[in-house]
Design a protein around this ligand. Structure first.
Ligand SMILES: C[S@@+](CC[C@H](N)C(=O)[O-])C[C@H]1O[C@@H](n2cnc3c(N)ncnc32)[C@H](O)[C@@H]1O
Length: 277
């Protein structure tokens, strides 16, 4: 009996799991060794302890372009140009590098500028040209800068807008306190639910990225609903953890889609963008 016939014969016997064990062990060991290698390198080279930054894999970036294209009904070639626009904005990159290097918490931040899925937020703002964005959860202000950069480009093309960025931490947003980005940013310190309640202008684009508990995310979407302009777009950065925005979309008669990113060369499995529109 040749080897193939023997393998097939064993596969039909109670010995099959035992015979397959070495192959299964090798597969899982190869996978785990890769994760361990990437994790060990990250522990030595990165300073980040939360809100990790990384590039997307080429495939994940391409899927993000298609995601934005479908949601915003714009040609994917145009979306790719917008992704390239933020990635090649050297003025913003140098500002983030310099400010990070001089920040009080520089020991907990990487100097290398990596936007991950935030390039998708940028493309959505370029495609939809909102007059008023609200972002909950600012941290250092990386996402705020990306949103502000898109608004500044829109303004150059005759479509000005502003972003109201909400965070409970008074130290949040240090990257977004410099001109020209700060020209279009209103940083509000306080609990996001109270800050949303105090909004006095209609909101065209809302992004949840604050307290990622299910209860808080739901409270934010409930609170923002009466503040929305007709046709407003809702985004969540919590889509890999909860179904809150999908449920909100179903309740309010909107469509919903989710994109899951894949980080390149990072142990972190990545997050995503949920959108209701
Ligand atoms: C994931 S970070 C935000 C990341 C940011 N959007 C970015 O692009 O890098 C979460 C932020 O939410 C803030 N936060 C947590 N609970 C909050 C609340 N109840 N109201 C407002 N901000 C809150 C935290 O202080 C933290 O800065």
């Amino acid at each position: 009996m040749d080897a193939t016939k023997l393998r097939r014969a064993i596969a039909r016997t109670p010995l099959a799991p035992v015979a397959a064990f070495p192959k299964r062990l090798a597969r899982v060991a190869r996978h785990d060794a890769k994760v361990l290698r990437v994790s060990a390198r990250w522990l030595v080279t990165s300073r980040e302890h939360h809100n990790y930054t990384y590039e997307l894999t080429k495939l994940s970036r391409n899927h993000l372009a298609w995601f934005v294209s479908v949601v915003c009904d714009r040609p994917v070639t145009q979306v790719r140009e917008w992704l390239g626009e933020i990635e090649s904005d050297q003025v913003l990159r140098q500002h983030i590098e310099r400010t990070t290097a001089g920040a009080a918490r520089r020991g907990l931040a990487d100097r290398q500028v990596r936007y991950a899925r935030r390039i998708g937020w940028y493309a959505i703002v370029r495609a939809t040209r909102p007059t008023h964005i609200v972002e909950t959860g600012v941290d250092k202000g990386l996402g705020t800068c990306v949103l502000a950069a898109a608004l500044l480009r829109n303004a150059q093309e005759g479509h000005p807008g502003r972003v109201t960025s909400l965070d409970i931490n008074p130290e949040a947003g240090y990257l977004a306190r410099s001109e020209p980005w700060s020209d279009v940013v209103d940083l509000v310190i306080g609990d996001s639910i109270a800050s949303i309640g105090a909004l006095d202008r209609p909101v065209d684009l809302f992004l949840h990225d604050s307290d990622h508990s299910r209860a808080h995310e739901k409270r934010e979407f409930d609170a923002i609903e009466p503040k929305l302009a007709p046709g407003a777009i809702l985004l969540t950065d919590n889509v890999t953890s909860t179904n809150v925005l999908a449920e909100h979309a179903e309740r309010t008669g909107r469509r919903f889609l989710a994109y899951r990113e894949s980080p390149a060369n990072h142990w972190y499995p990545g997050d995503g963008i949920g959108v209701a529109w």
